[in-house]
Design a binder for this molecule. Structure first.
Ligand code: C2E
Ligand code: CA
Ligand code: CA
Ligand code: CA
Length: 275
């Protein structure tokens, strides 16, 4: 009995109660935001390394929280996954990104991040099909960015869904390449249109010959399997030059632009031009 009361005391300190309440409040707020679309898409340009013209924008979701202000996705995407609203959130992102991209000039593409959990639900494929048809966006202008963990379990369902998406003409990109489970076997089982080199490699290239060699190897490997490459997190002209020399196709990073609100896209296109 003594042990039990001690345990109770440990479980319910005032601090923990507050933390628990805050967490519950946060969950409730997120459910509400997702249901009401109180989310916003920011967009960051991907530029062609040869011309520096804009070829695509990556959609990056933000949550305008009533008391905490603008929250970054690292804060609420994991929570959305935990409380099972990631499908609803992810579907909203796909519909909104397609509708906005349909207004852009030069056939600029839109890249959308997809959580591994979205592949567990049956709503992903119909959502993509509907978003494309109701926006009129050409399927080749939509790119889905998947992480390596999506391919951890190569189930028949997953492979079928990926094939169906590919059959629509939608492009598939491998995001954060080299940071995940780093098994190259999925590259053999499924052909990606694009490999995105994680910013951690780009940002340590100049300090490390090993990293620099890894980046070269990723670019060569991508070329061999017929995939394009995008380097993430380019912040300096030095990084741009190093990446450019190695034959990377596209670049993304603060050097060109931070993610911006949809209303600022026109000004970016005026500055950079598009292909
Ligand atoms: P990510 O897909 O790797 O996106 C790139 C992140 O790097 C973005 O952070 C972007 O703002 C940041 N970034 C871009 N250029 C630079 C740079 O030059 N330097 C540095 N230090 N950072 C740079 P953000 O917007 O905070 O997004 C974080 C992550 O949240 C994304 O990483 C992605 O995994 C996830 N995410 C964002 N939107 C969505 C979404 O709609 N659905 C899902 N499932 N995940 C999303
Ligand atoms: Ca991404
Ligand atoms: Ca990434
Ligand atoms: Ca990343």
């Amino acid at each position: 009995a003594k042990g039990a009361s001690k345990q109770t005391a440990v479980l319910f300190t005032p601090d923990m109660l507050t933390a628990q309440n805050q967490r519950r409040q946060m969950e409730q707020d997120l459910r509400h935001a997702v249901a009401n679309g109180d989310l916003q898409l920011f967009y960051q340009p991907l530029v062609d390394m040869k011309t520096r013209k804009i070829v695509a924008f990556e959609a990056l979701v933000r949550w305008l929280h009533p008391t905490f202000g603008m929250l970054p996705p690292d804060v609420f995407i994991p929570l959305a996954e935990e409380i099972n609203v990631i499908d609803q959130l992810g579907n909203w992102v796909i519909r909104t990104a397609c509708a906005q991209a349909a207004q852009w000039p030069c056939g600029i593409a839109v890249a959308v991040n997809v959580s591994p959990l979205q592949f567990r639900e049956t709503s992903l494929l119909p959502t993509i099909i509907n978003a494309l048809s109701s926006s009129g966006l050409a399927p080749r202008r939509l790119e889905l960015e998947l992480t390596e963990s999506t391919l951890l379990n190569q189930s028949d369902d997953l492979m079928r869904t990926l094939s169906s998406i590919r059959d629509l003409g939608v492009k598939l990109a491998m995001d954060d390449f080299g940071t995940g489970y780093s098994s190259l076997s999925y590259l053999e089982r499924f052909r990606f249109d694009k490999i995105k080199i994680d910013k951690k490699f780009i940002q340590s290239m100049s300090a490390s010959v090993e990293t620099s060699a890894i980046v070269s190897a990723i670019i060569n490997l991508s070329q061999t399997i017929g995939a394009r490459t995008t380097a993430e997190g380019i912040e300096t002209e030095e990084q741009f030059d190093q990446i450019s020399e190695r034959g990377c196709n596209q670049g993304q990073g603060y050097l060109f632009s931070r993610p911006v609100a949809a209303t600022e896209i026109g000004a970016l296109i005026d500055d950079y031009g598009c292909l």
